[in-house]
Unconditional design. Structure first.
Length: 612
């Protein structure tokens, strides 16, 4: 990367960090109002602050410029204010989740923290399937998060770990901002005077770019778990960095950029297995879309990148053996994509497809078509493949990075096509200019807000009752060895003692749903009453995580527990959240049944019959 591009990236970082800090301060103000000004007055105050933030930049610009105010500049400031208000609203909402000191806001948090716990305890990250305590993702994100948390002195703090996920997201947004401007220059070229927005775009456009890209990166449709303890945030950062490298290569065809691209598949694999596909995306670009084409480059890149990927896999295999291969390859390979579900996801994310197509239409011209189409086609492959693999389950988070890249294309096209801020005859064309500016701003707001999952209300999504729920769980562990009490979901209670618990709900559910797991271990331990107490959600219901009715074959755990344990108490579910402002309502807050071993029971005569 040239010194000019380094400076440009640094400038994007300054805008991104400043924008994040300012919107975080507004979010803190909203939280303060929520805490100290209850009721309708507090709600009106929060909405009032956001309305003021949305309109104030444009108002200040209009007052300062007076009759010289240019409509397109004014409307760009309006977009800047509105997008930053959206970021502040998001940060206000997720702050309630980030601060929650338990790791059951989603299914992966328990496994994520458990990997960190294992690393701290010197226990293998991947162990025998009968233990039911391993995660199906590679451990790169978990270990990097733990390292960063340790550097801040917060190695076991869940709020600190979740904050780090937001830092990953901010870094992805900064790179996306820089990449957007690189696409603009790639699309316009040195001799194009059709747009006033070249590489050095206006301050209002910079702020708008930050705000909208941050909202795309955190949208509730395809990126709902970006603040959770999950691999998604770092995976998105790696994906955006990978796309940025491809854009830089399209600019210069510099071999140094190609060398950096060699590391992406291997590094990506260590964060999340599907990121290894970037090696394939790069090969497609080099073979079919790079101009002038160099078959030598394709062969060298493909061979070296593949060798580096194999080396990364080999290191993991040497560390954890067949258990690594089982959890990260075999288990995931048993999940089948359902075409009907993929079609539904295609319909669900249609707005992001529109963004990607709209950006290409606004940016591509005949003279730059070859270079621009190759980059756009790579995005389309990524999006369509994510939609297909998303057919494995009902969630859309696999499409998160592709959605942000669609946002990059849209913002590049929008800034390139934005009406010029000056007209030859201001008096004659002032009304026309304001109308054009209003149409452009309205179109941007409609495209950015329609079905993209970025519009939220400034209401707390997590009910205060969640802390009563947490205290009740902690009370069940009081005076007991943590290793004697099995909590189905949640590793926070075991973190301080470095207790690695077997028989967690996620690994059992992961394999029970595909009929691939050896559940003899959990059945044997439940049968001999290895645990002094069990804390199980949805026990006795048709949503019991250890014996779900949708599984191809019943595990027999429900009937075994009925025979070997008895329910002695219940922890009521958390009250409904005050506002479902996003599509990320946590599911780990259901009713918990407290079970203890029945007394006076003889061991089950035949263990083999229980595992058939």
């Amino acid at each position: 990367m040239s010194s000019l591009q380094t400076v440009a990236l640094r400038d994007a970082a300054k805008v991104g960090v400043a924008g994040f800090v300012c919107t975080a301060l507004v979010a803190a103000g909203l939280a303060g109002i929520h805490e100290f000004v209850p009721g309708t007055t507090g709600k009106l105050a929060r909405y009032g602050i956001l309305a003021l933030l949305s309109g104030l930049p444009a108002l200040i610009y209009g007052i300062r410029q007076g009759s010289k105010a240019q409509p397109t500049v004014g409307f760009m400031w309006l977009l800047a204010g509105a997008s930053c208000a959206g970021v502040a609203t998001y940060l206000f909402g997720v702050s309630f989740y980030i601060a929650y000191p338990a790791d059951f806001l989603m299914w992966s948090e328990t496994d994520f923290v458990n990997d960190i716990l294992k690393f701290r305890a010197g226990y293998p990250i991947f162990s025998a399937e009968a233990n039911n305590e391993s995660y199906t993702y590679t451990p790169g994100s978990q270990l990097v998060t733990y390292l960063l948390a340790s550097l801040t002195g917060q190695s076991t703090s869940l709020p600190a770990m979740r904050t780090i996920q937001l830092v990953y997201t901010l870094a992805a947004v900064v790179i996306a901002m820089h990449t957007t401007k690189r696409l603009i220059t790639l699309g316009t070229g040195p001799n194009d005077n059709t747009s006033p927005l070249q590489f050095n775009i206006s301050k209002a456009a910079e702020i708008t770019l930050f705000g909208l890209l941050f909202l795309f990166a955190t949208n509730s449709l395809t990126n709902p778990f970006i603040f959770n303890l999950h691999n998604d945030a770092l995976a998105q950062l790696v994906s955006i960095a990978a796309f940025a490298l491809l854009v830089e290569y399209a600019h210069s065809r510099d071999r140094k950029i190609l060398i950096a691209m060699l590391f992406v598949p291997a590094v990506g694999f260590l964060v999340k297995q599907n990121l290894a596909l970037w090696g394939g995306y790069y090969c497609v670009y080099l073979l079919l879309l790079d101009r002038p084409r160099s078959l030598k480059r394709v062969i060298l890149y493909g061979g070296i990148a593949f060798a580096m990927l194999c080396a990364a896999i080999g290191v993991c295999y040497l560390a954890w053996g067949d258990d690594f291969a089982y959890w990260t390859f075999y288990v995931l390979s048993k999940h089948k994509s359902v075409p009907a579900r993929s079609v539904q996801h295609l319909i669900d994310v249609r707005a992001y497809l529109v963004l990607g197509f709209a950006g290409a239409v606004m940016l591509m011209r005949p003279r730059n078509f070859d270079r621009m189409f190759g980059l756009w086609f790579v995005w389309l492959i990524i999006m369509l493949l994510a939609i297909y693999t998303g057919g494995i389950n009902f969630m859309r988070h696999h499409m998160g990075p592709a959605s942000l890249i669609a946002g990059i294309w849209f913002m590049a096209g929008l800034l390139h096509a934005w009406p010029a801020s000056e007209v030859e005859n201001a008096e004659r064309f002032q009304l026309e200019a304001w109308v054009r500016g209003a149409i452009a701003a309205s179109a941007a707001l409609l495209l950015a807000g329609s079905g993209l999952g970025i519009l939220r209300t400034p209401k707390p999504p997590l009910h205060a009752d969640a802390y009563r729920y947490l205290a009740a769980i902690d009370a069940e562990f009081a005076g007991m060895d943590p290793g004697d009490v099995l909590l189905d979901l949640g590793s926070y209670v075991y973190l301080d003692s470095n207790t690695v618990m077997k028989d967690r709900a996620s690994p059992i559910g992961e394999r029970g749903s595909t009929d691939t797991g050896d559940l003899s271990g959990v059945i044997e331990r439940f049968d001999r009453q290895a645990y002094s107490k069990l804390l199980l959600r949805n026990y006795g219901s048709d949503n019991f995580w250890y014996d779900h009715p949708s599984w191809p074959k019943a595990s027999g755990i429900q009937s075994l527990l009925d025979a070997r344990y008895e329910v002695v108490g219940r922890i009521p579910a958390v009250a409904e959240p005050q506002s479902l402002w996003s599509r990320t309502a946590p599911y780990g807050f259901g009713e918990i049944s407290v079970l203890v071993p029945r007394t006076g029971l003889a061991p089950t005569p035949s263990k083999e019959s229980a595992t058939d």
